[in-house]
Design a protein around this ligand. Structure first.
Ligand SMILES: Cc1cc2nc3c(=O)[nH]c(=O)nc-3n(C[C@H](O)[C@H](O)[C@H](O)COP(=O)(O)OP(=O)(O)OC[C@H]3O[C@@H](n4cnc5c(N)ncnc54)[C@H](O)[C@@H]3O)c2cc1C
Length: 479
C-alpha cells in the first residue's frame, strides 16, 4: 500500500508542499475549505519575494527567506508564472535611519544575501526620481522581486494534479483521529481519509488544526494589513520602496505590482483571536496608508484607486515559523507563516519533504520516474507576438473574442480557466484577470457569467461570486 499524506490548506505553503510531494510515489490529498486555491492570506499580501536582510540571523525566517528567494527563478520557469527581480530600497530620511540601514546590511550579509549596497541620495534619486527629495540614502537589494502569489499557488497545484495529487475543494477539516500516538484519519464535512501523515498548512487557523490532533498547543495571533491598489496610470516607482522598519513590521511601502499597478500598504493592526477572518478595510487604515506613502512619494495620485483590501498575518509569540514534527507521530506543523512566508515557501516545501518526513520521521520516499516538472499558463495575448497569437486564434477562434477589454482577456481564456477548475466568478477572475482592470468587472461580469453558465451547464443564477452564500443574481427582472 502507498504511503498516504494529507496536506491541510491550499495556500502558497500547502500548494508548494503538495507539488514537492507529487515528485514521490504516494497517495496525496490536498484539502481546502475554500472553493479555490490560494484564497487565504496568499491572496492578500505585498507579493514581494524578499531579499532576506530583514529577519534576525539564525531564525527559520532568515534561512528559508534567502533559500526561497534563490529558488523562485527556476520555479517560475517550471511553473510558468510571472516573477521579476525588480530590487528593493529601504530608504532613510534621518541620521538615525541611516544607522538602521547599516544594521540591516550587516544582518543581510550574515543571512547570506548577495549584492547589498548602500546608495547615496544622488544614485537613489536617479533610479527613483519620484521619491521625496529629502531622502538621504537607501539599502539596495537587487535580488528582491515581485510575483502574483495566488498564481504561484494555482500553478503548483495544477502541476501537482498532473502528477497525481487529489485536490479537495470546499472541504473543511473538522476532526483528526489519533490512535496509539499516531495520526490515523482526517474527517471533513464531506468524508473521511485514512492517512499516515498530516501536514498542517492551515494559515491563521493552524492552531485550531493542531488542537484537533492533540499536538503541542500554540496560538495564532492575527495581525491585519490593509492596502490600497492604484491602476497602471499611477505608476510612480520602478522598484519596491520600504521605509526603515519598526520592531512590529517592515512599515508601509510602495511597490509596482506584476500587472503594472501600484500597491500601497500594509498597515499592521493586532486583532483578538476571534477576528482571524475579519478582512474589512477601515477609514483609519486607509488614511494611515495615504499619509505614510505621501512621505515616500509626495506626488502620489489617489484618484487612481482601483480597490482597497486586507490580508491577515499569522503571528505567534515565538516570532518565528513553527515548522516540524510534533508529539503526535505523523502530524507535522507548518504554521505561524508570517512574512516572509511567501518568499520562504519553496524552500520550506523541500525542507518538509527531505528533512522532516524523510530524516526526522525516518520515512523513505520513492521518487517517481515519470514526474512532469513543467506546467503552462493559460494563453494570453500580451505574452505572444501578433503572428503567434493569430496561430492561437486559428486553432481556437474563442481566443479572438475579447470579453474583458481592460485586461484584454478572451473567451478562450475564460473557457480554459473553467476547464482548469474555476467554478466561481472569482475563480475565473483570479485565473485570467478578467474583471481585474480599470472597470473592475463593470463591463464584463455579465458576459463571464454567461460563458460560465454555458460551459458548466448550470443556470446563470446558480453561479456564485466566491462562496455558497455569495449569489450574483437573484432572478430575472423581465422574462
Ligand atoms: C499584510 C501581509 C503582507 C505580507 N507580505 C508578504 C510579502 O510581501 N512577502 C512574503 O514573503 N510574505 C508576505 N506575507 C506573508 C505571506 O502572505 C504568508 O506567509 C503566506 O501567504 C502564508 O501562506 P499559507 O499557505 O501559510 O496560508 P494561507 O494562504 O492563509 O493558506 C491557508 C489555507 O488553509 C485553509 N484552511 C484553514 N482551515 C482549514 C480547515 N479547517 N480545513 C481546510 N482548509 C483550511 C484556508 O482556507 C487557507 O486557504 C504577508 C502577509 C500579510 C498578511
Amino acid at each position: 500500500m502507498k504511503l498516504r499524506i494529507a496536506v491541510i490548506g491550499a495556500g502558497i505553503v500547502g500548494s508548494l508542499i503538495s507539488r514537492e510531494l507529487s515528485k514521490y510515489d504516494l497517495e496525496l490529498h490536498l484539502i481546502e475549505k475554500n472553493p479555490d486555491v490560494g484564497w487565504g492570506t496568499t491572496k492578500a499580501n505585498s507579493a514581494i519575494i524578499h531579499a532576506g536582510y530583514d529577519d534576525p540571523p539564525g531564525t527559520m525566517r532568515a534561512r528559508f527567506c534567502v533559500l526561497g528567494n534563490e529558488l523562485y527563478g527556476e520555479l517560475s520557469r517550471e511553473l510558468d508564472f510571472d516573477f521579476r527581480r525588480i530590487g528593493s530600497h529601504v530608504v532613510a530620511f534621518t541620521e538615525e535611519e541611516m544607522e538602521i540601514l547599516e544594521d540591516l546590511m550587516d544582518r543581510g550579509m550574515k543571512n547570506g544575501v548577495q549584492n547589498l549596497r548602500i546608495l547615496d541620495r544622488e544614485e537613489l534619486l536617479s533610479m527613483e526620481p519620484n521619491l521625496n527629495p529629502s531622502v538621504k540614502a537607501s539599502l539596495w537589494a537587487p535580488s528582491a522581486g515581485i510575483t502574483e502569489p495566488w498564481e504561484v499557488a494555482i500553478s503548483a497545484v495544477e502541476n501537482a494534479m498532473e502528477n497525481g495529487l487529489n485536490l479537495h475543494l470546499n472541504e473543511r477539516v473538522l476532526e483528526i483521529s489519533v490512535e496509539r500516538g499516531k495520526v490515523r484519519r482526517v474527517k471533513t464535512n464531506k468524508g473521511e481519509y485514512d492517512v499516515d501523515i498530516v501536514i498542517n498548512c492551515a494559515g491563521v487557523h493552524a492552531d485550531d488544526i493542531a488542537k484537533m490532533a492533540g499536538a503541542e498547543p500554540f496560538d495564532i495571533l492575527p495581525r491585519k494589513g490593509e492596502y490600497i491598489l492604484l491602476d497602471e496610470d499611477a505608476h510612480v516607482v520602478n522598484s519596491i520602496i520600504f521605509p526603515t522598519p519598526t520592531k512590529k513590521s517592515k512599515g508601509i511601502l510602495i511597490l509596482p505590482t506584476i500587472d503594472g499597478g501600484t500597491l500601497l500598504g500594509p498597515t499592521a493592526e493586532d486583532l483578538p483571536k476571534s477576528k482571524k477572518d475579519d478582512l474589512e478595510t477601515t477609514k483609519d487604515g486607509i488614511e494611515r496608508i495615504k499619509r505614510a506613502c505621501l512621505k515616500l512619494v509626495p506626488s502620489l495620485n489617489f484618484s487612481r484607486v482601483l480597490k482597497t483590501f486586507a490580508g491577515m498575518r499569522a503571528e505567534t509569540k515565538k516570532m518565528d515559523f513553527i515548522i516540524g514534527k510534533t508529539k503526535v507521530w505523523g502530524f507535522i506543523n507548518v504554521a505561524g507563516m508570517r512574512s516572509p512566508g511567501l518568499t520562504a515557501a519553496p524552500a520550506i516545501a523541500k525542507y518538509v519533504v527531505e528533512k522532516i518526513i524523510q530524516e526526522d520521521l525516518g520515512v523513505g520516499l520513492e521518487r517517481k520516474k515519470n514526474f512532469k516538472p513543467f506546467r503552462k499558463r493559460i494563453p494570453h495575448i500580451e505574452n505572444y507576438g501578433l503572428e503567434e497569437w493569430e496561430e492561437v486564434v486559428k486553432k481556437d477562434p474563442r481566443f479572438g473574442k475579447m470579453v474583458c477589454f481592460c485586461n484584454k482577456v478572451s473567451e478562450g481564456e475564460i473557457v480554459e480557466a473553467i476547464k482548469r477548475g474555476a467554478r466561481t466568478l472569482d475563480g475565473v477572475k483570479f485565473r485570467t484577470k478578467a474583471g481585474f482592470g480599470k472597470c473592475q468587472g463593470g463591463f464584463c461580469t455579465l458576459r463571464i457569467l454567461e460563458i460560465m453558465s454555458r460551459e458548466l451547464g448550470i443556470p446563470i443564477e446558480e453561479i456564485k461570486l466566491n462562496n455558497d452564500e455569495a449569489s450574483m443574481m437573484n432572478g430575472k427582472v423581465r422574462e
